[in-house]
Design a protein. Sequence first.
Length: 165
Amino acid sequence: MDAQFFAFTLLSIIAVSGGIILSLTKNVVHGALSLLTTLLAAAGIFIVLSAGFIALVQILIYGGAVTILLLFALMLSNANEQKEAIDNRQKPIAIAASIAIFLTSTAVILQTQWNTRSEQGEPITIIDLGRNLFTDWIIPFEIISIILLIAMIGAVVIAWPEGDQ
């Protein structure tokens, strides 16, 4: 077994374990930390696959920004006061649907004829990627930034106590 396969397997186990812990934990902070673990393991998988830029984006955007935004939104909301939203009679249906989706996805993955090519295309440099991002995709990039800012302001307004103005 070569080192690349070992690292990929280890990081995959860490990512799946983090996802399982995320879905089983009842503590919001533990869930966010296991989400961060899963996202960092995914970044490690990108590094093993020689996609360093995607790994960096995974760490900066998902590992940093999204996890912090999630923690901020969850801590501003009163998640502990709404136990009926977490524990209700739809839980067995959700578990059954999750198992069905997992089994269907696994069957599709195992039956797919994967097209593997030994030839590599021409690599895209980070300079080309940055130029493309900040010329052709700058408007959608800024629109997403504004939408995230509006969502964060909305979370603060919703979580603001009634008496404090």
